[in-house]
Design a protein around this ligand. Sequence first.
Ligand code: TRP
Length: 527
Amino acid sequence: MKQENKPVHGMWANRWVFILAATGSAVGLGNIWRFPYITGENGGGAFVLLYLLCIAVVGVPIMAAEVMIGRKGGMSPINSMRKLALDSKVSQRWSGIGHMGVLSAFLILSFYSVVASWALYYVWESVIGGFQGITAAESGARFDALLADPWLMMGCHTLFMVLTMVVVGRGVKGGLEKAVEILMPLLFVLLVVLVGYAATTPGFKQGVSFLFAFDFSKLNGQAVITAVGQAFFTLSLGMGAIMAYGAYMPRETVGKKGGKPQPVSIMSTVIIIALLDTLVALGSGVAMFPLIFSNGLEVGQGPGMMFVTLPLAFGQMPGGVLFGTLFFVLVVSAAWSSSISLGEPVVAWLVERGLGRGKAAALVGLGAWLLGIGSVLSFNLWKDHTFLVGTFFDNVEFLSTTVMLPLGGVLIAIFAGWVMKETHARKELAMKSFPLYLVWRALVRIFSPAAVIALFTYTIWKMVFPDEAVAAPEPVAQEQVEAADSAAAQEESEAAEVIEAVEQEQGEADVPAAPAESDVPVVPEGQ
Ligand code: TRP
């Protein structure tokens, strides 16, 4: 296959570099921060299963579609789509998907930087030994103190945004390639250490049960749409980030020792990325939930979960200062390589319009930084100013992640499945197995759009008629709080007793926060 177009923005050296960069984009706060806390809020196991399902049948096919469109177009998402629309003789308005992606990028980048900056601050806390011997209550208070300080948060937010835009401004290839090569494997190792520590805590079994006991009675419409949104968010789909990276992906392998170059298959590459991403998310959950149960914390505590639970682990394990520092450095790095990919599609587009890369990055960074101030204030000065789904931060997060990403993803799927010339798509995907190609095609043409649109209609219905919408999730949430409260009351006693107490109090009731052991057949022995 000949190289049809030379990307303006450069090329990844080979397939592995693309995998690393895309994994760098995918693995981030979505896995380590967001996945555990929304799993806690949505009752555990059944939500996890739903999330895995969304990754497999919606996420992977759409990711393949994004990479395919990107590689075919070779430019920023907006212009790649414009080009492919032209090639397929359809309206160039399809590039509007890319424009919506630009808006999503600003929204996500703005709050993403704020959360990443908490991790940045926690690097410092860890270095000075701030977690040593900390109790659950102290850990919660420490996080609250950070949130209450708008200036501190502003400083960290500014620093993180500058870090991101410096890399984007220099061109994604240069620094990023080398950074992810070292940081990604290290992050895996550190997660294994944390999971190992979690395994020594008394709440381990209960934590794992919470994650993997699939009880569907706990699911509701809101949980389903959250799972879909999370699948898009964690795989960086729906706004063109992966499409932009796909544009720099080579079509052929460099022939080994004079061997013939092989076509680089998109599907197998995408599956590797999705697997790595899922592994990190599940690993983070297994590292955190046992600590929640061991320390009588609340499963549905929300965005602070990672920042309250992990310091407990670092405060108690040997070498905690070192491991804690290293871990938060890695979280910041993972967030960094993700936020870079949020900036890249917009900056690439501005560069194609004639702006210098540096200037374009500065402009995008400034815009997202300004918007991010709203998120900073949402935790202190504007805490009580709530509208629609909550604070400014809650709204930006909800609108971008749960609404715009799935919408963008569906439009991308429709573009790949219905609008683009079929031969173009098939050739670009270069799949070895034809039946598998047909499966992909059915998924992007029919299944993904139908599933996401149905869920959307349902969610909007529930928003218009909110009575039923709150009625469904409430019993679960209420029980969680009660379970956690009763656990907290026992904080002094042994963790084993806590678990027992919760179980006794709940009696026969099926409670996600404290599933009775007999309720959990799915958990493998020895976990
Ligand atoms: N996937 C990243 C994470 O899980 C976040 C992210 C990076 C992202 N680029 C994106 C989310 C593009 C949506 C779209 O942390």
